[in-house]
Design a protein around this ligand. Structure first.
Ligand SMILES: [Fe+2]
Length: 139
């Protein structure tokens, strides 16, 4: 995949996930813990997991030096989401639910500002290299 296209896709996915987290936060307030909210959380987990997979495939292809710590952040988030799903499924989330939801939103914002920003800079450099490597069009 061309790096410029990968960057655009990452931007789109980050915006989509931020919106999905906001929608989920609203549902958490409206529905409370239970099967309906669990179903919504499962969808959010799939979306986030696919996004992490995409980021990690980009890092892996290009030999990104910060792969391991970035991957560990993703892994920690997947564990948090899994624990949260357990609580929501068991309808034992109670007042913890709002804190969990806040945590996900906060984590996503901080992750984008730090780990993902470093990844973006690296991808942007590679996009520039790709552009420079394209031979001039015949005249
Ligand atoms: Fe990331």
């Amino acid at each position: 995949m061309k790096m410029a296209a990968a960057l655009e896709q990452l931007e789109r996915e980050h915006a989509a996930i931020a919106a999905a987290i906001e929608r989920f936060a609203l549902q958490a307030v409206q529905l409370g813990a239970g099967e309906e909210l669990a179903e919504s959380l499962r969808s959010l987990i799939v979306e986030i997991s696919m996004h992490f997979g995409f980021e990690e495939s980009l890092m892996g292809e290009g030999g990104y030096a910060g792969f391991e710590p970035h991957h560990r952040q993703h892994l920690a988030m997947m564990i948090e989401l899994g624990l949260m799903l357990d609580r929501v499924e068991e309808t034992q989330a109670g007042t913890q639910l709002a804190r969990n939801v806040d945590f996900i939103g906060q984590w996503h914002r901080e992750h984008i500002e730090q780990a993902d920003r470093a990844l973006f800079e690296w991808l942007a450099q590679r996009a520039e290299l790709e552009k420079a490597a394209v031979p001039p069009a015949p005249t």
